[in-house]
Design a protein around this ligand. Structure first.
Ligand code: ASP
Ligand code: MG
Length: 436
């Protein structure tokens, strides 16, 4: 059971979670995010330090510590446990203050970021202790690891985690940190922003869990972005493939990498709402549940690159040479469309855009369109669904579409549009495809 930042972000919510996890009949590993807002604050503190602005860093640290000290007062009752929690929090903030004095480095920034999950799990553990609920805190830094390519290896996670669990055979409730891990150099690192979902899926895969529950503040994956479109509804069931497409192409509810471990080890994933635990949410398994369009998602900050060259005509090896440029700069390509004399593709990172364009220039004329959005329409065998294309394009006739990707996967049709049309296209698709 993984709980996100908002699910632990207020003392009463943390208490609520404790009552939820103790109702379980099977043994549970609880994976917690940092309290909402904490990781952002830690990122800010790190940025201040990187810029040499120690005064602002110190102020931000003090502000965050105050938040925790008042959190404790509401979370706990018994003086002994209040004191215990106070001392624990003070220790973590003392660490941050000591870091202030050391010269800043990348690995130090990871140490800073790790404090959020360490604090949330320790607070939760002290609360459980106060309530007399037997449990075991499992330090994620002792089992969660990534290799030299920043990839987690389930094999080694499995070995270390089962050793830890073996030590505490009598326990049935475990609490651990999401997000944080150790890298190949043995340093504290993390699974990137939003990575607690990934931790949960890795843990579930490693122990062969019966289910991986991701508890958030919304009742499952919706058919469209609820922040932009008024009438959306949760999708009851979808396949791992559909969920992966949606998570990757913009559905914020789930970290995109978190699908593969559960998928590979066939652990069903449930997306559930802490504020409404009885709601069905979304079940993700190998089966899709139904055929046809299921959801729409949007991915922002996309850059489209067009390479036009008459040399591409009837040539072989042309695409390989182009893709090698992206490989060289470790920049993933999302969408690709080709004509006989041109190829358009998209990337979501501008970090190496300049170098990439420079190296592409010998291949032909290059056009770059920034500020694009990928709109993904996802559903089991959607491309074979009758009249789907007519419905799709019929509902967005007034919107200029820059690229279309159809047939790559039978479960996905992607469109590229300028960002100023994002809200409009999501709303029109909601009407046209879902009748909402
Ligand atoms: N606390 C981390 C973040 O905010 C990880 C997570 O919540 O999933 O990105
Ligand atoms: Mg999240």
């Amino acid at each position: 059971m993984k709980f996100g930042g908002t699910s632990v972000g207020r003392p009463e919510r943390m208490q609520h979670i404790a009552s939820m996890v103790t109702k379980e009949t099977e043994p549970v590993i609880v994976v917690l995010s940092a309290l909402s807002g904490t990781t952002n604050a830690l990122v800010e503190i790190g940025t201040f330090m990187a810029n040499g602005d120690r005064v602002s860093a110190k102020q931000a640290i003090e502000k965050l510590e105050k938040h925790y000290q008042s959190f404790i007062k509401e979370l706990l009752n018994d003086k002994t446990y209040v004191e215990k929690a106070k001392a624990m929090v003070a220790e973590h903030f003392e660490f941050l203050t000591i870091i202030l004095k050391i010269s800043f480095s990348e690995s130090l920034s990871k140490d800073i970021l790790a404090q959020g999950e360490l604090l949330s799990t320790k607070l939760f553990s002290i609360y459980l202790e106060e309530k007399g609920i037997e449990h075991q805190l499992l330090p994620a830094l002792e089992f969660m690891s990534i290799d030299q390519y920043d990839e987690p290896q389930i094999g080694s996670i499995k070995v270390k985690l089962s050793q830890l669990l073996k030590k505490h055979k009598s326990k049935t409730l475990f609490v651990t940190q999401g997000y944080i891990c150790r890298n190949a150099r043995g340093e504290v690192d993390n699974l990137k922003r939003g990575g607690s979902d990934y931790s949960a899926s890795l843990i579930a895969a490693a122990i062969g869990a019966s289910v991986c529950e991701i508890w958030t503040d919304i009742d499952g994956m919706h058919n469209n972005d609820p922040r932009i479109v008024k009438k959306t509804k949760p999708v009851e069931q979808m396949s791992f493939e559909e969920a992966a497409e949606l998570a990757y192409f913009g559905a914020k509810i789930l970290h995109p990498a978190s699908i593969w471990p559960a998928q590979q080890y066939k652990v069903p994933v449930k997306l559930l709402n802490t504020m409404q635990p009885e709601a069905k949410g979304t079940l993700i398994t190998e089966k899709a549940g139904s055929v046809g369009v299921k959801a729409v998602a949007a991915k922002d900050n996309i850059i489209a690159i067009r390479i036009k060259s008459s040399r591409m005509l009837l040539a072989y090896g042309f695409l390989r040479k182009i893709f090698e440029v992206f490989e060289k700069y470790r920049t993933p390509v999302d969408m690709v469309t080709t004509s006989e004399v041109a190829v358009s593709l998209t990337i979501d990172s501008a970090v190496h855009l300049k170098e990439i364009v420079k190296e592409l220039e010998p291949f032909g004329s290059i056009e770059v369109d920034k500020n694009q959005v990928i709109i993904s329409v996802v559903g089991n065998e959607i491309s074979q669904t009758e009249a789907m294309v007519k419905k799709l394009f019929g509902s967005i006739m007034n919107i200029p579409v820059r690229m279309v990707s159809y047939g790559g996967s039978p479960h996905n049709i992607s469109l590229l549009v300028p960002v100023e049309y994002k809200n409009q296209i999501l709303q029109q698709l909601n009407k046209g495809m879902f009748g909402l």
